[in-house]
Write a protein that binds this ligand. Structure first.
Ligand SMILES: CC(=O)N[C@H]1[C@@H](OP(=O)(O)OP(=O)(O)OC[C@H]2O[C@@H](n3ccc(=O)[nH]c3=O)[C@H](O)[C@@H]2O)O[C@H](CO)[C@@H](O)[C@@H]1O
Ligand SMILES: C=C(OP(=O)(O)O)C(=O)O
Length: 433
């Protein structure tokens, strides 16, 4: 089994480069299915297992896809398929955003109900209501969502919750609908804005992305475009926490402060220095972190994808902190693992109460989702002895070369396969560093 082993106590310093955003690139790759007139070139694409998986799904749908360096090209000018089977969708929630483009392009879409990390239920009612409002007939049968329409027509749609996936799916379906679609109470995440910019480069007419209302005027067809993916605010945030907890001094190259306003405000409240510089953000961790209460919310609130990493800073703080999760009902699976490392944490409903600072101790812990994987490795950076983190397939969904980047900042860390080399050998090597 592959493991990351990390020994705590190092002050991290140096510069780390942030990749393109996973949560932006996946819907954008799905959107390339809309380009029926010419091919698409995407740059700044991160090497993540989720990206390889969605590329495979597009190939299954008969698009030509290449991925070299950080460039993905997609040629979807030929007739494309309209069914996304379980083997792709079960592994990755984001693959359901092919539904909107397939429906717009082929008049039909059949997509397995989504999987992904086990962080809570992933309902699809808002996606389907949107398609229905545009004239599609929809049903759920045999574990599949199905939508079909002779033609989609523009509609006024109000989302009961600003769902990121539903906003993306409906926005893409509406690009080629007849007439204008007005979407209200939409998600305002930077990844929504990136998708809208990309759609407009392909010839769509989308206005208002980043606000609560998006208006889409349907066009006859979309063409290819070249687009660079925005930097990953969650990867950047993860390294901000790494600096905060290790009394570190890290320059986070490519990070955009305007995408992380809530996180930056909370870290500053804890006493962390955050200095926007040209092309990135410098983060300097204090000697003592102050406690802080945090609640996850849709953007521009505190992101659920930073919840578990932020908790590492909270357990290091001097005093009592609280984390309340409002987006996903089951996103506290890492708490049990962190408690095994001696963290004083108590779950009360949707809130975790933490008392710090704790003398954290290394243990063998299991990643339960991709952000939990990162959080457990961060906990290892401030724990006595050796922390071994397993189930790295989750980490690989969302982070490129995570351990190498931490190593570059001075962490004592290694990734290995215990079928090939023993843990004792790796520990021995780390002790000589
Ligand atoms: C609001 C929010 O923070 N969304 C996050 C969510 O997006 P993702 O698109 O996965 O999730 P949504 O934004 O759609 O879902 C958020 C909430 O809406 C509810 N819901 C969603 C769809 C639907 O049809 N019906 C419904 O009730 C969900 O149960 C959940 O409570 O996970 C992504 C990956 O972790 C993050 O990048 C997004 O920032
Ligand atoms: C949970 C995440 O992604 P997904 O919704 O694709 O599982 C995430 O990016 O933190």
């Amino acid at each position: 089994m592959e493991k990351i082993i990390v020994s705590g106590g190092k002050q991290l310093a140096g510069s780390v480069h942030i990749e393109g955003a996973k949560n932006a690139v996946l819907p954008i790759i799905a959107a390339t299915l809309l380009a029926q007139e010419s091919s698409v070139v995407l740059t700044n694409v991160p090497k993540l297992s989720d990206v390889y998986m969605i590329n495979e799904l597009l190939r299954y749908l008969k698009a030509d896809v290449t991925f070299e360096g950080d460039v993905v090209t997609v040629d979807a000018t030929q007739t494309i398929g309209s069914e996304a089977p379980f083997e792709y969708v079960s592994q990755m929630r984001a693959s359901m955003v092919v539904m909107g483009p397939m429906l717009a392009r082929t008049g039909r879409a059949r997509v397995a109900l989504p999987g992904g990390c086990a962080i809570g239920s992933r309902p699809v009612d808002l996606h389907l209501k949107g398609f229905e409002a545009m004239g599609a007939t929809v049903k759920i049968e045999d574990g599949y969502m199905e939508a079909a329409a002779e033609k989609l027509v523009g509609a006024n749609i109000y989302l009961d919750f600003p769902s990121v996936g539903a906003t993306q799916n409906i926005m893409m379906a509406a690009t080629m609908a007849e007439g204008t679609t007005t979407l209200e109470n939409v998600a305002r995440e930077p990844e929504i804005v990136d998708l809208a910019n990309f759609l407009n480069q392909m010839g769509a007419k989308v206005v208002g992305a980043g606000t609560e209302t998006i208006r889409i005027e349907g066009v006859k067809a979309l063409h290819g475009a070249t687009h660079s993916i925005i930097p990953d605010r969650i990867e950047a945030g993860t390294f901000m926490v790494a600096a905060a907890i290790t009394e570190g001094n890290i320059f986070i190259d490519n990070a955009m402060p305007e995408h992380s306003v809530a996180l930056i405000a909370k870290l500053r409240e804890m006493g962390v220095q955050i200095i926007p510089e040209q092309d990135g953000i410098r983060v300097i961790g204090p000697k003592v972190l102050k406690p802080v209460d945090v609640k996850t919310m849709p953007h521009p609130g505190f992101p659920t994808d930073m919840q578990s990493q932020m908790m590492v800073a909270q357990i290091c703080a001097e005093g009592t902190s609280m984390m309340t999760e409002t987006v996903f009902e089951n996103r506290f699976m890492h708490v049990e693992e962190m408690r095994r490392m001696n963290a004083d944490m108590k779950i009360e409903g949707r809130t975790v109460i933490m008392k710090g600072p704790n003398t954290l101790q290394g243990a063998e812990v299991s990643a339960t989702d991709l952000r939990a994987a990162a959080a457990l490795i961060l906990t290892g950076l401030v724990s006595k002895g050796y922390t071994r983190v397993t189930h790295l397939q989750y980490l690989d969904r969302g982070y490129t070369d995570f351990h190498l980047k931490l190593k570059g900042l001075g962490a004592t860390i290694e990734r290995f396969d215990d079928a090939e080399v023993s843990e004792e050998t790796v520990v021995g090597q780390l002790q000589t560093v």
